[in-house]
Design a protein around this ligand. Structure first.
Ligand code: WQD
Length: 338
C-alpha cells in the first residue's frame, strides 16, 4: 500500500517523502515540476537508498491521476501541490484560485472514485487572518487572510470539512504550518526558490552565498522587542515528521483533525539574521527598508494540541535551522541547477 504525495518534489514534500521512506513506507510522488526539479527524486534516493515512484503530472488532470490510481495501490494522500507565492497571488488571483482549488477538487474526486478516503492537507497559519491574537490555537475561528493565496487555504480546508460532513468515512488532517526553514542535514535537498526569494531565510542564504548584495529588513519600527517582525520558524524536517504523525492519526478515528505545526516560540527577523551569522561565521549585510504591505507584527503557534494528540513537537533549534540552511545553500549555490 502506498502513500500518494502530491507536490512531492517540492521543498516540504521532498522532506516528507524522505521521512516516510525512512520509516519503510511506500511512496508515490506526483509533481508537475512547475516549481521543482526532477533531480529531487535522485537526491531522495541518495539519502534513503530507495527510489519512490514518480509521475510528472498536474494534479488538476483527473485522467492522468486516474492512471496513477489504477497502477498503484494508493491508501492515502498528502496534498502539497499548490502555488504558494503570497505576492504573486495578489497580482494573479485567478491563477491561484484555479490552480489551488481545481487541484484539490480533482484529487478528492479521483480519491473517491477509488475509495481512498484518507488525506493530509498542507494548510497554513495564514488561515487565522489578521484579527486573531497570537498564540494561534486551532479552535480559534478561521479569519480572513489578506491574500488570495491565503484564501485558497481557507477554502480548501472548508472543502475538506464539507466532504467529511457528506461522508464520515473520510479521515482528514488539516496541518497549519508556520514558517518552515532549514534543510535536510545531508545538504542534498532544500528550498530552491525560483527568481528573487520572497521569504526571509532563502534571501538570507542567497546573500550569504554571494548571490545577492544585501538583505532588506522590512521595517524596524514594529511594536516588538527589537522593532522587527516576530515569526514562528520551524525546521522543515520537524515539519515533515509532523506529517508522518498526522497520517498515522487518521487510522485511529475517522475525523477532521486540525493541527498547528509550529514551535510555539517567536523569533524576530534580527534574531534570525544574527543567529545565522553566529552559526555560520558568514556575514549577511542588511539594510533597514520600509515595512512590507500585509505583514503582521507578530504571530506564532500554540503547539500544545499536536503534542497532546500526535505526540509531536519540534526538536530542532533556530541554530539547527541556520546551520542546515547554510549546509544546503553552500553545497548547492544555484539550488538544483548545479
Ligand atoms: C518573515 C519575516 C518579513 C523577506 C509567508 C506567508 C505564509 C507562509 C510563509 C507559505 C517578515 C521579513 C522577509 C525579506 C524581510 N507561506 N522579511 N526581508 O510573511 O511570515 O509568511 O511565508 O507558503 O503564508 O505569508 O514569511 O519569510 O516572507 O517573512 O525583512 O527579504 O521576514 O517582513 O517579517 P511570512 P517571510
Amino acid at each position: 500500500m502506498s502513500i500518494l504525495v502530491t507536490g512531492g518534489a517540492g521543498y516540504i514534500g521532498s522532506h516528507t517523502v524522505v521521512e516516510l521512506l525512512e520509516l519503510g513506507k511506500e511512496v508515490v510522488i506526483i509533481d508537475d515540476l512547475s516549481n521543482a526539479s526532477s533531480k529531487v527524486i535522485d537526491r531522495i534516493e541518495n539519502i534513503t537508498g530507495k527510489r519512490p515512484a514518480f509521475y510528472q503530472l498536474d494534479v488538476k488532470d483527473k485522467n492522468a491521476l486516474r492512471t496513477v490510481f489504477e497502477k498503484e495501490d494508493i491508501e492515502s494522500a498528502i496534498h502539497f501541490a499548490a502555488f504558494k507565492a503570497v505576492g504573486e497571488s495578489v497580482q494573479k488571483p485567478g491563477l491561484y484560485y484555479e490552480n489551488n482549488l481545481m487541484g484539490i477538487l480533482a484529487l478528492v474526486e479521483v480519491m473517491l472514485e477509488f475509495d481512498v478516503k484518507k488525506i493530509v492537507f498542507s494548510s497554513s497559519a495564514t488561515v487565522y487572518g489578521s484579527f486573531n491574537p497570537s498564540p494561534y490555537k486551532e479552535d480559534m475561528p478561521v479569519g480572513v487572510p489578506t491574500s488570495p493565496y491565503g484564501q485558497t487555504k481557507v477554502m480548501c480546508e472548508q472543502i475538506l470539512r464539507d466532504i467529511y460532513v457528506a461522508d464520515n468515512n473520510w479521515s482528514i488532517s488539516l496541518l497549519r504550518y508556520f514558517n518552515p526553514i532549514g534543510a535536510h542535514e545531508s545538504g542534498l535537498i532544500g528550498e530552491d526558490p525560483s527568481g528573487i526569494p520572497n521569504n526571509l531565510m532563502p534571501f538570507i542564504a542567497q546573500v550569504a552565498v554571494g548571490k545577492r548584495e544585501f538583505l532588506n529588513i522590512f521595517g524596524d519600527d514594529y511594536d516588538t522587542e527589537d522593532g522587527t517582525c516576530v515569526r514562528d520558524y520551524i525546521h522543515v524536517v520537524d515539519l515533515a515528521r509532523g506529517h508522518v504523525k498526522a497520517l498515522g492519526k487518521l487510522d485511529q478515528d475517522k475525523q477532521v483533525y486540525t493541527y498547528n505545526l509550529g514551535s510555539g516560540k517567536g523569533t524576530s527577523v534580527l534574531e534570525l539574521v544574527n543567529t545565522f551569522v553566529q552559526v555560520t561565521g558568514v556575514e549577511v549585510p542588511y539594510k533597514i527598508a520600509p515595512r512590507r504591505a500585509g505583514d503582521l507584527p507578530v504571530f506564532y503557534a500554540n503547539a500544545d494540541k499536536a503534542l497532546a494528540e500526535l505526540n509531536w513537537t519540534t526538536e530542532k533549534s533556530i541554530e539547527d535551522m541556520c546551520r542546515d540552511t547554510w549546509n544546503w545553500q553552500s553545497k548547492n549555490p544555484n539550488g538544483y541547477q548545479g
